[in-house]
Ligand binder design. Structure first.
Ligand SMILES: [Zn+2]
Length: 559
């Protein structure tokens, strides 16, 4: 029986084999180029249509030029045994990038590629939505299966070299001819609308991945340069002897526009509003993604001088504080410190199993409140605790707050933002802000409770903002030169107890009055040194946002 059925299925396979279409390697390459260009570049063609409005010939020319370019990329790999895996790889990269570009307006630049490589498991699970799987089935699995099924015939080697070489040559002529013909509109777009090139799939993601991998191989051998070797703690200006303690909270994806302490008409900061905090409404971020903003804000490089490599090569303000004798601890409830906490005590909370706060590797930020109490109880000298919160990490905003904070409804209950209205997305985002408000206020309360034994200070600053559908953009990571205000204007808040302020000679009324001046992540480095009364050559008083409100500059202690 078995033998018969085996023969039966063999016959079936043979029949199926008879249906296998046969195509030459050149037509297969051209078909693949056409598929990539037409199906996986919706954003590119939509934007090109807008930028070349009123110039139909230039638009048609762009289409022909891109077709020539894509044909070169596919014909160049049209070699036996190589053609199918590489074309399938092209389709996979283009399908993945198209999902994020078309749905969220996210570009796959080198910062985004770094995000993909360095992301945590919990974070990538957030992005694995049913919609993404459907998109992948339709735009990757189906065409790849078709491609695998087709029997590709190849010419003899000599003929193939001639045929492929000639095709590439003709395509190059077409590309160069069109570029010369429409030089004016094209060069204007390349110069002023740099976003267009960033949406071209799979060329942009492939180029940026190569750049990223080359960069990583260079960074392996980096040596970190020490910073602030002369750093020391100055004596408190009021002669007090209590340990000076500051908690710095680095927010995640919180934008100024969604804080009621800022300009938002919705009450998203009911708790902080009662805490006598100072809110700074004009603060801009260094980058539009965690990977850039986080190392940049702690470095003394400033936005203009920051690069990923320079960030890794130089120590940061935590190293200087620590060298001066301040006890520094980092607590991580996000996707990692991005190198900032490499040389200080690093307590990782991400992935904890505490069922009260954690689910699937992500923990609500409330988990910090208990940890802070433990930390405060162990203080013996001037100390800084940095909390890297999970905050409003998207797109699964609804997972960032417990039910008790589901105040704005209906809220978007999926990470697949396309399934929600903009109003629902904003509701879930605002609920997460409301929860951060509760956590931040809880931190201030814990500091207040220690005022008999410690001088305490609090500084909250977000890493970057978020787009919630304004101009069709979602999430963040838009290249800085074209990023909207929503992604770069970030909330910053300080609170100091009387003793902390007087021990740094700080006038709180002055600080409140000057809070609206323009500030940025660039100011954080010297401000944190100033806050902790640390003197060092790398300290720049003009960058210290507290300096203008200090009675007298702190003097180095004589001990
Ligand atoms: Zn971030």
């Amino acid at each position: 029986m078995k033998k018969v059925s085996a023969t039966g299925s063999g016959k079936f396979l043979k029949k199926l084999e008879a249906f296998r279409p046969t195509l030459g390697s050149l037509p297969v390459s051209i078909l693949a180029a056409t598929y990539l260009l037409l199906s996986l570049n919706a954003t590119f063609w939509a934007r090109a249509g807008v930028y070349l409005q009123g110039e139909p010939w230039a638009y048609a020319g762009l289409f022909a030029a891109m077709f020539a370019l894509f044909t070169i990329a596919t014909v160049a790999v049209s070699v036996k045994y190589v053609i199918k895996p590489i074309l399938i790889f092209y389709i996979a990269v283009a399908a993945a990038a198209a999902w994020f570009t078309d749905n969220y307006g996210v570009f796959v630049d080198t910062d985004m590629v770094r995000n993909v490589f360095e992301t945590t498991r919990a974070e990538s699970q957030d992005l694995m939505t049913p919609g993404l799987l459907r998109h992948f089935a339709l735009y990757f699995v189906l065409p790849s299966a078709l491609l695998s099924w087709v029997r590709v015939t190849h010419q003899t080697l000599g003929r193939k070299v001639l045929e492929n070489g000639f095709t590439i040559f003709v395509c190059l002529l077409i590309f160069a001819g069109l570029a010369a013909t429409f030089y004016k509109p094209y060069s204007a777009i390349v110069r002023t609308k740099r976003d267009l090139v960033k949406t071209l799939n799979p060329i942009t993601p492939l180029v940026n991945t190569t750049k990223y991998l080359l960069g990583v191989s260079q960074e392996v051998a980096l040596v970190v340069k020490p910073l602030g070797e002369d750093a020391r703690i100055a004596a408190p200006s009021d002669g007090s002897s209590k340990p000076r303690v500051a908690i710095v909270i680095v927010g995640e994806t919180a934008r100024g526009a969604s804080f009621s302490l800022d300009s938002y008409t919705r009450q998203t900061n009911p708790e902080l509003a009662r805490q006598n905090v100072i809110y700074y409404p004009n603060v801009s971020s260094c980058g539009t993604a965690t990977d850039v903003s986080l190392p940049c804000m702690f470095s003394n490089l400033k936005r203009s001088g920051y690069s990923h490599k320079a960030g890794l090569e130089n120590e940061n303000v935590l190293d200087v504080l620590s060298r001066a004798g301040v006890d520094v601890t980092w607590m991580e409830n996000n996707t990692g410190s991005k190198g900032v906490a490499d040389r200080v005590r690093n307590v990782v909370i991400t992935g904890s199993k505490d069922p009260r706060f954690c689910k699937d590797g992500d923990c609500w930020d409330e988990i910090f409140l208990e940890k802070i109490d433990e930390w405060l109880s162990g203080i013996t000298k001037d100390s800084v605790l940095v909390l890297h919160q999970l905050g409003n990490h998207g797109p699964a905003y609804y997972e960032r707050y417990p039910d008790a904070f589901r105040k704005f409804v209906p809220d978007c209950q999926t990470a697949e933002l396309a399934q929600c209205t903009d109003a629902e997305i904003v509701n879930s985002y605002d609920n997460a802000i409301l929860y951060t408000d509760f956590v931040l206020s809880g931190i201030v309360e814990r500091l207040k409770a220690r005022s008999s034994t410690l001088s305490t200070g609090f500084l909250y600053i977000s890493d970057h903002g978020e787009s919630l559908g304004e101009n069709g953009l979602y999430l963040h990571g838009t290249p800085y030169f074209m990023a909207p205000d929503e992604q770069t204007r970030i909330p910053m808040i300080t609170w100091f107890d009387g003793q902390f302020a007087s021990s740094m000679g700080l006038g709180l009324d002055c600080l409140r009055k000057s809070a609206a001046r323009p500030l940025s992540h660039d100011n954080l480095f010297s401000s944190l040194l100033g806050m902790m009364n640390v003197t060092a050559k790398v300290y720049q008083p003009e960058q210290d946002m507290f300096a203008v409100c200090r009675a007298a500059p702190a003097l180095p202690s004589s001990s």
